[in-house]
Design a protein around this ligand. Structure first.
Ligand SMILES: Nc1ncnc2c1ncn2[C@@H]1O[C@H](COP(=O)(O)OP(=O)(O)O)[C@@H](O)[C@H]1O
Ligand SMILES: [Mg+2]
Length: 246
């Protein structure tokens, strides 16, 4: 997965969101696209997924260029967990997942047992037949993750999956990502503004700020290479300064 010299200005916006962003991640790993709020993380993954068009630059996903020719092929091998929860609040967790399964062309007993086993894996078996509108943030997020993996994607992209969830859900989600990557060999790209969380989870990270790459590498290596820095946060502040980003 790679992006090369991405530029993006939203229509009608006076600000440029991406300013020549480039990076490359290896397949089969857990990668982190990190940076403060407004850095351009959601825009970047929306371009990777083919949901937003870049102004210029190129995108490669699972060895394919993200263009009209490959869009459908990429879509079927990709699972996306958006930053904003995307569930029908009046439907139960089971009904939501059945709906998303049907969208991917799955139905019948195979889909049913797949949904029930994932609900159990995510600690949601008792809540399976409750309306998701009444769920906590963590329960909604876990349901949304299940929705993104029902079709067994090769690449799973999650946008701030731990934002707004309690510590138990967060721990569960992070452990799931590690296990899922290890057991199934699925490539994972996750975005976060929490550098410490990413330092523990990711094998490779890109830190971006104001639409550009600041750093790329293995978190531990980045920390060791910068004497005086004990955490990824120190390295990030060392390179970008302490000015507030709002
Ligand atoms: N649909 C949009 N229209 C106009 N500006 C946008 C839109 N989406 C994002 N932006 C702007 O692009 C910048 C980066 O946003 P985003 O990609 O959401 O960053 P992040 O996910 O890192 O917080 C922000 O300044 C934001 O205001
Ligand atoms: Mg975002």
């Amino acid at each position: 997965m790679a992006v090369q010299d991405l530029h993006k200005t939203y229509p009608g916006s006076l600000e440029t969101t991406l300013r020549g962003l480039s990076f490359r991640f290896h397949e089969g790993k857990i990668a982190g696209l990190l940076g403060p709020n407004g850095a351009g993380k959601t825009t970047t993954i929306s371009i990777l997924c083919g949901l937003v068009k870049a102004g210029s630059g190129s995108v490669e996903v699972m060895g394919l260029t993200q263009d009209a020719v490959h869009r459908e092929k990429i879509k079927s091998a990709l699972g996306v967990v958006p930053q904003q929860i995307a569930l029908f609040p009046q439907l139960t967790a089971y009904e939501n997942l059945e709906y998303f399964g049907n969208l991917y062309g799955f139905k019948g007993p195979g889909l049913k047992s797949q949904i029930l086993s994932l609900l159990e894996q995510f600690g949601l078996e008792k809540a399976a037949h409750k309306e998701t509108g009444k769920f906590s943030g963590g329960m909604k997020r876990r349901t949304n993750i299940i929705a993104a993996i029902l079709h067994r994607p090769r690449l799973l992209i999650l946008d701030e999956p731990t934002a707004g969830v309690d510590v138990q859900s967060r721990t569960m989600i992070l452990q799931f990502l590690k296990d899922y990557n290890r057991a199934e060999g699925v490539s994972i790209l996750y975005t976060s503004h929490l550098l410490e969380e990413a330092q523990h989870l990711c094998e490779e990270v890109v830190i971006m700020d104001e639409g550009k790459q600041v750093l790329q590498g293995n978190p531990q290596t980045l920390v060791s290479a910068n004497p005086g820095c004990r955490h990824l946060e120190d390295v990030f502040l060392h390179y970008t300064g302490h000015a507030l980003r709002d």
